[in-house]
Ligand binder design. Structure first.
Ligand SMILES: Nc1ncnc2c1ncn2[C@@H]1O[C@H](COP(=O)(O)OP(=O)(O)OP(=O)(O)O)[C@@H](O)[C@H]1O
Length: 246
């Protein structure tokens, strides 16, 4: 059964429409990546899915009883606050020490339980956030640019961990990423967003779609084009990405 189904979704902040007519779905066990320039509504889409942002039109349906783990884009922990990884993980959920250790194992950092949050490296911190999101054994994991601030090796290894999590737990993953080259290999499906769904499909189909190329250019150099986005392609919400790619 489909985990998340988004139909004709629009999100508006005041008079600013950031998402319009977005249709997308996530099936069990899939890894789906959302790419798109800054401000293209990626975070707004995730927030609409978890119910933190109210759609101005359309709707989001979740499979009944769906458990979601969410790794936010940024989380600031005051470096002067003495808080251990274990305390941090137990702040929001009633979980045992054993469950914390298991979640840290799944996130690839089994030995961090007693460490101070302020002493973790960027990569370790992100793994702890991942562990916290895994603690309730979610059916769907949402990651909002979870590798921000990590170097290329750190983020490649983080995505390998995500694939291992999917293998071991079978949970589906919906993630936002700017690292196109890494994402392309780790994803079953890519959705290219720019206020609307520009194109979507398997990484190979999306990479060769004219809409995607208009946004990101070709090859891995396209990762840079992301930040120098010129949106000059024609908007056609009914375009079939399969046909467009041919
Ligand atoms: N709570 C809010 N109130 C008003 N405007 C908002 C709010 N949240 C986001 N926006 C605006 O909506 C647009 C889309 O923001 P969103 O965070 O969804 O984009 P994004 O694709 O995730 O961007 P980035 O890649 O920079 O993280 C931006 O122009 C942003 O300024």
């Amino acid at each position: 059964m489909t985990l998340v189904s988004v139909e004709n979704l629009s999100v508006r902040y005041g008079s600013n429409t950031v998402l319009s007519h977005v249709d997308m779905a996530v099936e069990p066990g899939e890894i789906v990546t959302i790419v798109g320039p800054n401000g293209s509504g990626k975070t707004s889409l995730l927030r609409a899915i978890i119910g933190a942002t109210r759609p101005s039109a359309g709707h989001v349906s979740l499979k009944p009883g769906l458990k979601i783990g969410y790794v936010p884009q940024k989380l600031h922990v005051d470096p002067t606050l003495p808080i251990s990884v274990e305390r941090f993980m137990r702040l929001t959920d009633r979980v045992s020490g054993r469950q914390c250790v298991e979640a840290l194992e799944k996130a690839g950092v089994p030995d961090l339980l007693k460490r101070q949050m302020s002493q973790l490296s960027g990569g370790q911190f992100q793994r702890v956030l991942l562990a916290r999101a895994l603690i309730n054994q979610p059916d769907l994991l949402l990651l909002d640019e979870a590798t921000q601030g990590l170097d290329q090796r750190g983020s490649a290894s983080f995505y390998q961990q995500i694939e291992a999590v999917r293998r071991e737990t079978g949970c589906a993953i919906l993630m936002i990423s700017h690292e196109l080259h890494v994402v392309m290999s780790a994803s079953d499906r890519v959705i290219c967003l720019n206020g609307h769904v520009c194109c979507e499909g398997s990484p190979a189909v999306v990479a060769s779609a004219p809409e995607y190329r208009a946004l990101f250019g070709t090859g891995t150099g396209g990762a840079l084009a992301l930040y120098r986005h010129e949106h000059d392609h024609h908007h056609d919400h009914d375009a079939n990405p399969q046909e467009a790619a041919e």
